[in-house]
Ligand binder design. Structure first.
Ligand code: HEM
Length: 471
């Protein structure tokens, strides 16, 4: 076997600029570095030594390695401050295994399928709320509208019906911590000082803890017996302490809310800009979900399986716009990826963004084409499979991958069935966000109830806007 080679890297004079920009516009730096040095390359030095890994074959190697080859509880992992030090996301070894496997029990296929009617129900309720407020010619930002819907679905699946009454409160308590995670590394430097952004985030997290703790205590005293409720499943499972349960719950809200709602915004942007695609989605949804007026039909796993086009639109969206442009882990031992040596202590930034745009794996990679997944031959399918990694792979893959895909597929199908959406601009917005990749300016659209073509027609200048612009 050939000796592993050192990572190609930019000359020293360019390093500082790349390092500064990678936390502001990560997708631009990744594209630039990959074009010049290849999809596996190095950046930084000493304790800030990094390796960017975006080559699909190298990623296949990475995901096949044992967890012990890497550390997630490393000095650059800032998530622990928001989701808690006992979260599986910042745990390693036996602690990670125990915490993850307890949560995994709660995400069984049976439970996931049980959430399908609730997801459609919540989508219908969100559409009803939206259409009740519509005014002719007003632009609606579908990003915050989608965020509110996704939060309701996540809270409902985690805590059951009763807690979903407190969704807005939970969403508010999560806003500041999530904004903080997107702020500069300098602002996130650990310190105990009061009256600072960090102190306010700490207070929000304490308030969220109080809500979760009260709910845990209440469930212990009065179990609801709801078989679909994740919190109660974690309590009954018995392998985690209450403090550990609390941090896993905060993690699930944190990891499941912003990621899925940013993906939903990208999906609506893409699905409404491709000529004829919204109509095709609508035809499929009418056939599979029944008529738009028939909101009593109960969808199930077979309904979801038939939403083939909606599923491909979701897959194509997260190929081009993965919620995590890059995901970090630290090498706990020397590892070789794509023939390159990555020494112990290197921060590995693996990139679903680069893999999803890899020209060898995806013909015409920048083209949004949900039909690219149809009738692939075996070689193409294997390549596409290896290069489609928005949820990661292997023992640390996303625990919510099935829930997120299910939500996005069902939501886009139902929206296509019940709403006419027209984008305000034909441009695809730029991405923003280091932790979660969101569209700059949100997803502003002209929204009408289906077929109600003459009310709410765009009239040029002077439109109002519903909802804050995308953050
Ligand atoms: C479109 C939506 C989502 C995307 C793109 C996404 C993506 C990811 C990625 C890339 C990872 C890291 C894998 C790694 O480091 O190797 C991850 C981890 C994780 N995700 Fe997601 N995720 C999404 C939605 C969700 C949802 C809905 C939940 C739960 C409700 C969730 C819970 C988690 C958890 C708990 C982990 C940590 C797993 C571990 O450390 O073992 N995610 N996700």
């Amino acid at each position: 076997m050939d000796e592993p080679r050192p990572l190609p890297r930019p000359p020293w004079r360019d390093q500082l600029g790349h390092l500064r920009r990678i936390f502001q516009t990560p997708h631009v730096v990744l594209d630039d570095l990959s074009a010049e040095y290849g999809p596996v390359c190095g950046l930084g030095a000493g304790p800030a030594r990094m390796a960017i890994v975006g080559d699909p074959e190298a990623l296949r190697e990475l995901f096949a390695m044992p967890n012990a080859s890497f550390r997630w509880n490393h000095k650059f992992n800032v998530l622990g401050f928001v989701v808690g030090k006992q979260s599986m996301i910042v745990s390693d070894g036996e602690e990670h295994r125990r915490r993850r496997s307890s949560v995994q029990t709660a995400f069984s296929r049976r439970r996931l399928n049980g959430w399908i009617p609730m997801i459609v129900e919540q989508t219908d309720a969100a559409i009803d709320r939206l259409t009740a407020q519509l005014e002719p010619g007003v632009i609606v930002d579908m990003y915050p509208a989608g965020r509110a819907l996704v939060l309701r679905i996540v809270v409902r699946s985690l805590f059951g019906e009763r807690m979903s009454q407190r969704c807005d409160e939970i969403g508010d308590l999560f806003q500041r911590p999530q904004d903080y995670l997107e702020s500069s590394a300098f602002r996130q430097f650990p310190h105990p000082f009061p009256h600072t952004a960090r102190a306010r985030v700490r207070a929000d997290r304490q308030a969220l803890d109080a809500i979760i703790d009260a709910e845990i205590a209440d469930r212990r005293a009065h179990p609801t017996g709801d078989p679909l409720d994740v919190l109660e499943t974690l309590i009954v499972d018995g392998s985690l302490s209450d403090a550990e349960i609390r941090d896993q719950v905060a993690t699930l809200i944190g990891a499941g809310y912003d990621t899925t709602s940013a993906s939903l915004a990208w999906m609506l942007i893409r699905a409404t800009r491709e000529p004829g695609l919204w109509t095709r989605l609508r035809a499929e949804a009418d056939r599979v979900l029944g008529s738009a007026a028939d909101t009593d039909a109960t969808p199930d796993a077979s309904t979801l399986a038939q939403l083939d086009l909606a599923n491909r639109v979701m897959r194509e969206t997260v190929r081009l716009h993965p919620a995590g442009v890059l995901s970090p882990r630290e090498a706990a031992v020397d590892v070789t990826l794509g023939g390159y040596l990555i020494p112990t202590g290197t921060l590995i930034l693996w990139s679903a963004h680069l893999a999803g745009r890899n020209a060898a794996a995806w013909p015409d990679p920048m083209q949004f084409d949900p039909d690219r997944f149809v009738e692939l031959d075996d070689d193409r399918r294997a390549l596409a499979d290896m290069a489609w990694v928005p949820f990661g792979r292997g023992a640390r893959n996303c625990i919510g991958f099935a829930l997120a895909q299910m939500e996005l597929t069902l939501i886009v199908a139902r929206l296509a069935q019940r709403l006419d959406l027209d984008p305000v601009s034909s441009e695809i917005p730029s991405p923003v966000g280091m932790v979660v990749n969101r569209p700059v300016g949100g997803a502003p659209m002209y929204v009408r109830p289906r077929g109600d073509a003459d009310t709410n027609t765009p009239t040029g200048s002077g439109h109002g806007t519903v909802g804050p612009a995308g953050r």
